[in-house]
Design a binder for this molecule. Structure first.
Ligand code: GRF
Length: 203
């Protein structure tokens, strides 16, 4: 399967996918391009180091050209030019719009650092901690038109420790998250899947 990975930050989830692909010829997927919504991030550096094509589509470059919807269409066009089977949002900090979902719905995966439906949104780790949750974790799910609301593929659990702050907790979540994402993407790529309502069925 051909993967396009979207990043906004450090790109350790991207790196985990690249490492898994390099280590296992039978993994079943390859990253064909990496996209971002901003320049100058470690995630893009990781992609370049791996010799992959990268593209950047910044919302602010579309302010005079139709705004958010134009950005969304431009992002979809860029992704589409690499003909992906799956698109992976790995720490991509933008909500995509209608056009992107029309074109990639049902094959667009996101990873979120909390146990959805608890603590959706930008601050999943901070919100779980502030709430006083004793367990949290990560969720790999398909993207729909809500914020972190799409059908869940897999989840991983992480205990919250009394001494945790947002950084320490997020680091432990990310260890689980990287393994989970690698496992899920490989399985979907190798075995195929279907989505029935909210259920994701992998044969
Ligand atoms: C992950 O925890 C992701 O769920 C969150 O941001 C982090 C991205 O990390 N939204 P990285 O860029 O893959 O290192």
């Amino acid at each position: 399967a051909r993967l396009v990975v979207l990043v906004s930050g450090s790109g350790t989830n991207l790196q985990a996918l690249l490492d898994a692909i390099a280590a296992d010829p039978g993994y079943g997927a390859e990253v064909v391009a990496v996209g971002a919504d901003r320049d100058g991030i470690a995630g893009l550096e990781r992609a370049r180091r791996a010799g992959l094509p990268v593209f950047v589509r910044r919302v602010k470059d579309y302010e005079d050209k139709g705004g958010r919807a134009a950005w969304d269409a431009a992002l979809a066009d860029a992704v589409s030019s690499y003909e992906p089977d799956l698109v992976v949002s790995a720490g991509f900090m933008k909500i995509v719009g209608k056009e992107f979902l029309n074109r990639f719905g049902g094959r667009f995966i996101n990873t979120h650092p909390a146990l959805l439906p608890s603590f959706p949104g930008t601050h999943g780790v901070r919100d779980a901690l502030a709430y006083g949750a004793k367990v949290t974790g990560c969720t790999v799910h398909f993207v729909d038109d809500g914020v972190d609301t799409g059908p869940i593929i897999a989840q991983g659990v992480v205990d919250v420790r009394d001494e945790d702050d947002e950084t320490t907790l997020h680091e432990r979540i990310k260890e689980v998250e990287r393994r989970l994402l690698v496992e899920v993407v490989g399985r979907l790529a190798r075995d195929g899947y279907r989505i029935e309502g909210r259920k994701v069925i992998v044969p």
